[in-house]
Ligand binder design. Structure first.
Ligand SMILES: *Cc1c(COP(=O)(O)O)cnc(C)c1O
Length: 495
């Protein structure tokens, strides 16, 4: 039987683990980017029942190498271009390790004052790095909080919005079916999930039209929908504007949307999960247009593109009162003089769960390691590699690029002359599958105006010019080699 791991044993195994991670980072390019295992393969390789007797820690590392590694998709691979990046970095990993080492549960200020106060400092720091308004800071009426994900952030925003719109009635009665929220076809699915969780149901969701070309929400249509709902006796509770949509990084016109929200007293949540962090660079501060004037809540994910390991979403509010009113519940066993005095922040009141990890450590570690200049350099590198790629694709007559692409995401597709739209879409997907199966890169797809396009999201800290060049070479080569291409070349038609 193993006794508890002693500090000396921990030191020894901890060194093995840190070495393992450093070797993994150094050798990451030797792995195929996307895992090649089939469903159930990993599970079948693992024992169905847990061990009766403790095992040496080395056995865990051995199985990690032989069983789990083949079942991993390497999100930190420099040729991972799928979805959006999910950045990891040395300082973030070490900050997270320290958080685990401390094992602090930071639900209340009193359960670890430094856990709360460091979080207050880093979210205020980040507000300042991103050029967010002073009223989002904790010493003003607002404040920020670290959430596990953007999905949680939008649920919290919705609960605060419902609280304000209903004068607290939703919290008392649990009935939210008179309330409506406004999203676009491009809004992240987490808003629909939040509406379900909050009791609005599918009937409470209004999908506002987007501009055909930019895919940005149409504020004129938004105004019409809100007016129609009010006339019909519904209560518009929240609009979600997106800065950098998940599909194409489209940016909704926040100032115009905010104007509509103000007219009708509707809560404005701005979801900038991916793109928001780019505002560390002055040249991307325009991403914040309208936020200072109109946003009630705003969130962005350092765990996507700002070098902080998942999970780390920061949610700010312009006025914390409705948020705290909506979410504070004080059972006797949590009562303490510090909380009662009102002089401390208890972040459990800013989120759904009670318990919380010491996530501020990893964000603090990242901001201190890189400094503002290092964070700017990281964003600029991703943008510049993506812009080079977009220029290469645009220069190739066999492909077309979706415009605009101001950040790290490029959406494009082969033209497939001679193929019907449906056949062309199938061919694009087949090209993607061939590329991903090859293991040298990983990209994903979306649809724009009903047509399949490929997405290449550049933004991993390990990605260099050569990886993007190699990816583009691979794409062109596989495009040429795809049997469909040879058939259509002979038909000599154009689309
Ligand atoms: C990725 C993304 C989300 C979801 O982020 P999670 O933190 O994974 O919940 C929400 N909104 C947008 C715009 C996104 O791009």
């Amino acid at each position: 039987m193993n006794a508890h791991m002693s500090p000396e044993e921990f030191r020894r195994h901890g060194r093995q683990v840190v070495d393992w991670i450093a070797d993994y980072m150094a050798g990451i390019e030797s792995h195929p980017v996307r895992s090649r295992v089939g469903p159930g393969e990993i599970r079948d390789a693992l024992p169905a029942e847990p061990p009766e007797h403790g095992e040496p820690f080395e056995a865990v590392l051995a199985d990690l190498n032989t069983i789990l590694l083949p079942g991993l998709t390497h999100w930190q691979h420099p040729s991972f271009f799928g979805y959006y990046p999910s950045n990891a970095s040395g300082p973030a990993i070490l900050g997270d390790l320290l958080s685990s080492g401390l094992g602090v549960q930071g639900m209340l200020w009193i359960t670890s004052p430094a856990c709360t106060e460091l979080e207050t400092v880093v979210v205020d720091w980040l507000a300042s790095l991103l050029g967010l308004p002073a009223h989002f800071r904790t010493d003003a009426r607002g404040g920020g909080v670290i959430q596990d994900s953007a999905s949680s952030a939008c649920l919290v925003a919705l609960l605060a919005a419902l609280h304000r719109a209903s004068g607290g009635r939703v919290a008392r009665t649990g009935i939210a079916d008179r309330y409506t929220i406004y999203v676009s076809s491009q809004t992240h699915s987490s808003l629909e999930k939040a509406a379900r969780v909050a009791g609005l149901g599918a009937q409470g969701i209004r999908v506002v039209d987007v501009d055909d070309r930019t895919l940005a929400m149409d504020p004129v249509r938004l105004r019409e929908l809100i007016a129609a709902d009010r006339a019909a006796g519904a209560v518009p509770a929240m609009v979600c504007a997106t800065v950098g949509t998940t599909s194409t990084a489209a940016v909704d016109p926040v100032p115009a949307i905010g104007e509509v929200c103000r007219e009708h007293g509707v809560w404005l949540h701005v979801d900038a999960a991916y793109a928001g962090v780019a505002a560390v660079c002055p040249e991307f501060r325009r991403l914040n247009d309208g936020v200072a004037e109109y946003a009630d809540t705003y969130s962005t994910n350092p765990h996507k593109w700002l070098l902080t390991n998942f999970d780390c979403t920061v949610l700010w509010t312009a006025d914390r009162a409705p948020l705290l009113d909506a979410l504070s519940i004080l059972p006797e066993y949590l009562r303490n003089p510090a909380s009662s005095s009102g002089s401390v922040v208890d972040y459990r009141d800013w989120q759904i769960p009670l318990g919380r990890r010491f996530r501020a450590l990893k964000l603090w570690s990242v901001i201190r390691w890189y400094g503002a200049e290092g964070l700017r350099a990281h964003i600029r590198k991703g943008v510049s590699l993506a812009q080079d790629l977009a220029a290469r694709i645009a220069a190739d007559p066999a492909f077309e690029v979706h415009e605009p692409h101001p950040l790290g995401l490029v959406c494009f597709r082969p033209r497939w002359p001679g193929l019907s739209p449906a056949a062309a879409d199938a061919a694009t997907l087949r090209l993607m599958e061939t590329l991903n199966a090859g293991g040298s890169l990983y990209l994903t797809h979306t649809t724009i105006s009903g047509r399949v396009v490929l997405r290449m999201a550049v933004g991993s800290p390990a990605t260099e010019h050569r990886h993007v060049e190699q990816a583009w070479d691979d794409i062109r080569r596989e495009h040429q080699a795809l049997p469909i291409q040879r058939v259509t070349d002979q038909t000599d038609q154009t689309d």
